[in-house]
Design a protein around this ligand. Structure first.
Ligand SMILES: [Zn+2]
Length: 299
């Protein structure tokens, strides 16, 4: 599908993993501009919704980079604001897809002059993380939303649910036409070997950050972005991957879901126009089923 591909002139979205502070700090950082713009076009999101959705997709990808191999992460943000439920499903291979309850949300800028993601998400609310891996029973972790700004909420999740001191920054910037010009983020985790003095130094660096999209705009690469965040501290890269908004839906899956509705329901759906149209909630691709198609479904 052409609308899932980045514009050819865009810099590829990338994620890198690294270690700093003598291996006692883990960092993942990513530029997600192209995939968030793809998501905006697919879901027709308005600016505040674009920022909330883009932060969720970016957060999911960053979390996947920290997860075990083969794990699929479903991140859900369920606030009480106008945007409804946000969802991102991501894998460690750099793929993400998602849904947004109400894409047409555009609020006034907040007091800091930024897109009011916290207002669009709305408190009170919950953040749910589901980790699935093969045949293993899925892991569920849930925390209350702290601000609805998503970065802080993810940090709270790691602290409360996984007991890891974590800083998370995610950001999306749109132009006056609503297109995504910069998106990305980072997760930094303090590992048990980090000393109190080093933790203070790290906290100082993070509080001096001007903002994710500002730092990303000024950085030439994701490596530069990490160096800017760590402000001259030594770090080394462990791995990197390309990122993409991708959906793996296919016609058979929709056919199965329709068959599960039962013969009576299918007859009713067909009675109006003689066909049934399904739309994928992740990529908006449509599949059309005619009466002829359904003949083999029920014996
Ligand atoms: Zn799809």
């Amino acid at each position: 599908m052409s609308n899932l591909h980045s514009k050819p002139n865009q810099v590829a979205d990338r994620l890198i993993k690294g270690l700093a502070f003598d291996g006692n700090v883990r960092i993942v950082a990513a530029r997600t501009t192209g995939l968030v713009e793809n998501a905006r076009r697919i879901h027709d999101t308005w600016p505040t919704a674009t920022a909330a959705f883009g932060r969720t997709l970016t957060g999911g990808l960053l979390m996947s980079a920290l997860a075990d191999e083969g794990e699929e992460i479903t991140l859900q943000i369920m606030g009480s604001g106008p945007i409804g439920r946000l969802m991102a499903i991501s894998t460690g291979t750099g793929k993400v897809k998602g849904t947004i309850g109400e894409p047409h949300v555009n609020l006034r800028l907040n007091q800091e002059g930024k897109l009011d993601v916290g207002g669009a998400v709305g408190l009170p609310g919950k953040l749910l993380v589901i980790k699935c891996q093969g045949e293993k029973a899925p892991y569920h972790g849930m925390v209350p939303l702290v601000s609805g700004e998503i970065g802080e909420d993810l940090a709270e999740y790691y602290y409360r649910s996984e007991q890891i001191p974590t800083a998370v920054g995610v950001g999306v910037k749109v132009n006056p036409g609503g297109e995504v010009v910069t998106a990305g983020g980072f997760i930094i985790q303090a590992l048990p070997g980090l000393s109190g003095e080093e933790l203070d130094r790290l906290t100082g660096l993070l509080s001096a950050l001007t903002g994710v999209t500002d730092e990303l705009t000024q950085a030439g690469s994701v490596e530069d972005f990490v160096s800017r965040i760590l402000a001259g501290e030594d770090w080394r890269k462990l791995a990197e991957s390309e990122l993409v908004y991708a959906c793996d839906c296919h016609r058979k899956r929709f056919e199965k879901a329709l068959i599960a509705l039962g013969k009576k329901e299918i007859e009713e759906l067909l009675s109006a126009t003689g066909r049934i149209e399904t739309v994928c909630q992740f990529c908006r691709q449509k599949h059309d089923f005619t009466r002829e198609d359904t003949k083999s479904w029920f014996k």
